[in-house]
Ligand binder design. Structure first.
Ligand SMILES: Nc1ncnc2c1ncn2[C@@H]1O[C@H](COP(=O)(O)OP(=O)(O)OP(=O)(O)O)[C@@H](O)[C@H]1O
Ligand SMILES: O=P(O)(O)OC[C@H]1O[C@H](OP(=O)(O)OP(=O)(O)O)[C@H](O)[C@@H]1O
Ligand SMILES: [Mg+2]
Length: 280
């Protein structure tokens, strides 16, 4: 059985559980459960703190897991590796301080930097030869400057609202672009490929829609230039020999522009439908 580590709470937990459910797995019924087994799909789920998941997977205790790229790097587990980005919980990892006080990381030399990601920050500053005093905190790191325990912070930034509210300003380079990732450990385990294919199917179903339309045969090349599909569009004959029916997958975010352009070319009966699941 494949042993999968899943975030039990925090920003990653809900979407991770949704993706696994859309991928056909049966997860826990109660948000307090720490373990559940899905005998049909031959997987076991262990619900763990996202921060600990790289440790379990990197040590080989569990086979694969879902965590954040920032948490994976912070854990410094060389035998845990990223397999696939899962496209949610996107954020950047940044330094911030009082407005105007810092322009670059070199300005941090000898100062106190509060963070919940000491491994990540240490590695970044070491590489640049900047020595600081790391103040390790568990969360709500943005308050550390105001409360006088640090001169600057290094933390997850999404909308920037938390930093703004704490009166802090970003400075210096982006330490990391993070999102939720599937990670694997040192062992090749049966079932990993199936899990990966299923999760990719969920990502594709979220990212793409199906477009069907009818089109005068002579306009096919123009229409395909607007919506080329992934491999190649499906083109089927219609009863009227002057017309064809076309079906393509198309990125969801572009779909209204694509429909407008297809209509302008001469396509009619343009229909967009959701993809429930996919193997590409
Ligand atoms: N506001 C956010 N937007 C996007 N991703 C975030 C945000 N806050 C945290 N994350 C991501 O969530 C992961 C951290 O998950 P974790 O559950 O440890 O923290 P959390 O969501 O801050 O939970 P909590 O603060 O309740 O402990 C990291 O990968 C981080 O990049
Ligand atoms: O840029 P924003 O959209 O404001 O999001 C970033 C904030 O979100 C997370 O905090 P969370 O609410 O998880 O609290 P925590 O600091 O206690 O982890 C993260 O640690 C930042 O503080
Ligand atoms: Mg948090």
């Amino acid at each position: 059985m494949l042993r999968i580590a899943v975030p039990n709470k925090g920003s990653l937990a809900e979407t991770a559980a949704e993706m696994l459910s859309e991928a056909g797995y049966t997860g826990r019924r109660d948000s307090k459960d720490l373990y559940t087994v899905d005998p049909v799909n031959e997987v076991e789920f262990f619900y763990l703190r996202p921060r600990d998941i790289a440790t379990y997977v990197g040590s080989g205790a569990l086979d694969v897991g879902i965590t954040g790229r920032d948490l994976l790097l912070d854990a410094r587990m060389p035998s845990a590796r990223e397999v696939e980005s899962l496209g949610f919980a996107g954020s950047t990892f940044r330094f911030a301080g009082r407005p105007g006080r810092f322009t670059d990381v070199e300005d941090l030399q000898g100062l106190r930097v509060a963070t919940a990601y000491p491994g990540l920050v240490d590695a970044f500053l070491d590489e640049r030869g900047v020595a600081v005093d790391i103040v390790p905190l568990d969360g709500a790191v943005e308050s550390a400057v105001q409360l006088g325990v640090a001169d600057a912070v290094a933390d997850v930034v999404s909308t920037g609202t938390t930093l703004r509210q704490a009166g802090l300003e970003i400075f210096g380079p982006v330490l990391l672009e993070s999102d939720a990732v599937l990670i694997a450990g040192p062992n090749e385990v049966d079932g990993t490929e199936t899990l990966l294919r299923r999760l990719r199917g969920v990502l594709a179903a979220r990212k793409y829609v199906l477009i069907d339309y009818d089109l005068p045969t002579a306009l096919i090349e123009q229409a395909i230039a607007v919506a080329p599909g992934l491999e190649s569009p499906t083109i089927s004959p219609l009863r009227d020999p002057e017309w064809v029916a076309v079906r393509v997958m198309s990125p969801r975010r572009d779909v209204n522009r694509v429909m407008d352009e297809l209509y302008a070319i001469g396509a009619r009966a343009i229909l967009v439908t959701e993809i429930l699941a996919a193997r590409l």
